[in-house]
Every structure is written in C-alpha cells, then in structure tokens.
Design a protein around this ligand. Structure first.
Ligand code: SF4
Length: 497
C-alpha cells in the first residue's frame, strides 16, 4: 500500500487533530513511543470492561467479534448483521468512508432503516474531545449510507447509587444526546480528514515544534522523542504559578523564556512577582508571618494522609460512580519533644472499607492535638465518612475541627526557587529537605496508588505474593507523604529560628 491509499482509523484522525506529526508517527514510526506501561494498560482495560457493561443495556444485541485489526472482516460481519431484522443492536460494528474506518461502541436499531449511534465513555462528563470523536463516527456512518437518528454519549451517571445487590445498568449510565452538536461539525470533520490524508500521503514527516498542544487533550507518547534535543530551561516562564496563556504569549513576543529575564515592569500578580524575585536573587523568601503560623499548632501533632481509589463502576453499597473510597492512611504522631510514632491502616480485602477505616482512624488520632495535612482533601474525606456513617459523625466531626493544613501556610509564607512554581509536596520536600524525596519509589503519584490498589484487589487467589508487594509499595508511598510533613515542619521551623 502506498501512502496515497493509507487507510486511517477514527483514532488516527483524533491523533492528527491534536498534531499532524503525532499522526505521522502513529502511522510510520510507532516504535518512537515507549511501550504502554501497566498503569495505562489497566486504564485501557477498565474502559473495555465498562464498554462491555454498557452492552448489557441492549438486549438482543450482536457483537461483531472480528479483532480490531481485522477491519475488512469486521465490515463484512457488520453488513451481514445489519440486514438481520432480529438484531436490535450491534456492538463494535465496523464502517468505512473516505478511507477512514471506525468501530462503533453501540449501534441501536430504532426501526427498519434507522439507527442510533452511541459512544460509551468511562467518564461522567462530556468533553470537547468526545464531541469530535462522535462527529467523526457520525460522518463515517452517514458517508457509508446509514440513516442515523440520534448520536450521543453514554456516560457514567454520578446520580446513580449502587444499592449493593445487582447493578442497575440502565441507571448506571446516562445517555447524552449530542446529535445537533455533531451534525454541525460535519464540514469541520470532512476538512480535517482531507488534510490528514494529505499529511500521510507526503514523503516526509511534518515539521512541528513541541508546544502546549503536546498535552491537550492527551499527553503525547512521543514527547520524550520530540524534546530529546531541547536545551532544558532552568526556570521557564511557564512555571510561574497560574500564568495565563495571554501573559505567556506576551512574554513570547518579548522573546523571554526564562523567569529571570522577565522585565521588572512586566505586570505579574503578587505570587508571580515573588517567584520572579526569588529566581533573580537565587534565594528563598520567608514571610514575617511564618513563625506565628507554624506556632499555631497543638501537640501531639498527627500528620495524616489518605490514599483513595475511585471505582468507575461502584462496588460498595451506597456509593456512586467515581466516588473516592479511602483504603489506606498513614499517621506520624509527633510529641512536643520531637518523638515520632507511626500508625497506618490498609484495607486488605475487597469488602466495604469505610467503617473499618473510620473506626481505626478515630482510635489512632486520639482526642486532642492538631491533625496536620497537606491539602483540603483529608478534611473532605473525613466529612464524607461522617456523612456515610452517621453513628460515627460526632467523632469524625471532631477530627475535622482539629485539622491544620500545611499547604496554605507554605503557599502564603514561603517560597524557594527550586519549587519551580509548584507547591506539590513532591516538589516542596526535596527543595527544603536535602536527601529526602520520592525518587526510586515504586509508586509515584496518588493516581498510580489508586490504580495499583484496584489491580491488587483484582488479583486471583494464587497471586498473594504480588498482592503483598503492591500493598508494601502503597504503604511505603503513603508513609512517605506523612513523613514529608514532619520534615517540612522541622525545616520551616529552622527558617524562623
Ligand atoms: S510531542 Fe508534540 S510535537 Fe511531538 S508528535 Fe507529540 S504532539 Fe506532536
């Protein structure tokens, strides 16, 4: 096949809409992307599982079972099934138009010659990128001669409450009719497809420089390749906290790339001006109010961090899709004399963890002393537990009142150039405490922790060793977060001595 006749898929059209070089690499140099890691694979598999759940809504539906790369066979099977009046819906049917193919999640028969197009998403809100996805599919179906009545997204319904026995798949999902919106995108899709066919028909890759488009709407897998020769800027202007796209354009027009080169009269907000000042002077900044803010604490101090996961399909009675479920906490208790003690609790089984975790938490946090956290999340989770467990609400409410949040204190009273515009604990910790960081940890983010926990719960009976390894990694990650708070309070205290 020559480039002139290269068939595109719906996914590749989406890829090309983000960046034509990305499309080129997808088509001709796929090996430039790193292999899919286990976390991303888990996300893909979860999407597939949700698609299969959605199929349960359509009794009498038929699955087109040709594999994803067997497009011609899938089209053949689709053409056969579509003429069978007993088939009420098709799952994964294949169509082609203008040399662009697509597999459709669900095609539901409305009457003898009319169908609804349904795209299933593992999400609860419609995004712009989903609209284009749907518009491409509608364009292909109509181009292939199908009469489409409605086109819409099947999303997970955040209003659905799982009652604990059997999932109600009709209420688990909600259909969002986007027919008018995607019909209006028809010319846009056609022009996009024409331009992308032209891109892949060329002999050479398009010349595209990396930029903001590399992470919107999806992080591009070729980023490491595209930026391998870039000279890393030490403090790029994009690292200014909450810098607007408009301001970045103004700085680009001034050819300013580094924060230190921003002209003194360039308008910045107070935080951005402080960051610029620290970078120019190469020094940290300490406010006069830091000592008072740090002293406003009651011992013993309990440093607390939760890990949660968010099942897309609820698995515990009384929860909605994507409700955060706490499964692990770490506490470092510190006395005024500086002695520390560690507590933790990990829910090891797939049983509902809420009550077990809440009761242990109440016991471990005692009845007095500040509860040091790093973000508003722990307070939100404690309040959610109180809402779910009314008999424990008074005790949990008392815990919420003892919370002392270190994040706004650092944000208001301290800055170090090595923060590079971020107040994430993973950035702040190594900047303030030399030799203590998250490097080399098996789990490097809350999102990875959530997915690893779901993976551990899904392991079979013979996989105890692997499950225990994941549990150890999770405990180590959570423990590092609370130890980080102990160290940060100590390091900040030294700044004001
Ligand atoms: S990293 Fe950026 S420039 Fe390179 S292919 Fe991806 S989107 Fe395009």
């Amino acid at each position: 096949m020559t480039n002139q006749t290269l068939r595109l898929s719906k996914s590749r059209v989406q890829s090309g809409a983000q960046c034509t070089l990305k499309l080129w690499y997808d088509c001709f140099e796929r090996d430039l992307a790193p292999p899919v890691d286990e976390i991303l694979q888990f996300v893909f598999d979860r999407g597939t599982a949700i698609g299969e759940r959605a199929q349960e809504r359509y009794a009498g539906g038929k699955l087109i079972d040709a594999l994803y790369y067997e497009t011609d066979l899938a089209i053949e099977q689709t053409n056969e099934a579509i003429t069978d009046p007993t088939v009420s819906a098709l799952f994964e049917p294949a169509f082609i138009h203008h040399n662009v193919s697509a597999r459709i999640d669900v095609l539901q028969r409305v009457d003898a010659d009319s169908w609804d197009l349904i795209e299933v998403k593992s999400a609860s809100n419609a995004k712009d990128v989903y609209l284009r996805d749907l518009a491409i599919q509608l364009w292909i179906l109509q181009g292939a001669g199908l009469n489409v009545g409605r086109a819409g997204l099947l999303l997970l319904n955040r209003d659905y409450v799982y009652e604990g026995k059997q999932l109600d798949v009709d209420r688990l999902f909600k259909f969002v009719d986007l027919t008018d919106e995607v019909l209006a995108m028809r010319d846009e899709v056609e022009a996009l497809v024409d331009s992308l066919h032209a891109v892949v028909a060329r002999d050479a890759a398009p010349q595209i420089e990396p930029g903001p488009h590399c992470s919107v709407p999806y992080k591009c897998p070729y980023l490491a390749h595209c930026t391998k020769d870039n000279v890393a800027l030490k403090y790029p202007v994009g690292k200014l906290p909450r810098i607007s796209p408009n301001k970045l354009l103004q700085l680009e027009a001034l050819k300013v790339e580094e924060i230190k080169d921003i002209p003194a009269d360039f308008a910045l907000n107070a935080m951005q001006a402080r960051v610029r000042e620290c970078v120019v002077r190469g020094e940290d900044w300490v406010s006069d109010g830091l000592a008072g803010a740090l002293a406003n604490i009651t011992y013993p101090v309990y440093h607390l961090d939760f890990e949660t996961f968010m099942p897309a399909v609820p698995i515990y009675a009384g929860t909605h899709p994507f409700d955060p479920v706490p499964f692990l906490y770490s506490i470092h208790r510190q006395t005024q004399a500086g002695e520390t003690e560690h507590f933790e609790h990990l829910c090891r089984a797939s049983d509902d963890p809420h009550r077990e975790l809440a009761e242990r938490l109440i016991a471990d946090l005692g009845d007095h002393g500040s509860i040091c956290v790093y973000s508003a999340f722990e307070r939100t989770m404690i309040k959610a537990l109180a809402h779910r467990l009314p008999d424990l609400a008074p005790a949990l409410g008392s815990l919420a009142e003892r919370i002392w949040d270190l994040l706004p204190i650092i944000r208001t009273h301290y800055y170090h150039p090595a923060f590079r515009g971020s107040f994430s604990i993973k950035t702040v910790l190594p900047a303030l405490v030399h030799g203590v960081d998250y490097e080399g940890m098996e789990i490097g983010s809350g999102m990875a922790a959530a997915i690893k926990y779901e993976m551990a719960l899904g392991l079979g009976l013979g996989d105890e060793k692997e499950r225990e390894e994941i549990f150890d990694q999770l405990r180590a990650y959570c423990k590092q977060d609370t130890w980080a708070m102990v160290e940060l309070r100590r390091a900040l205290g030294e700044k004001v001595q």
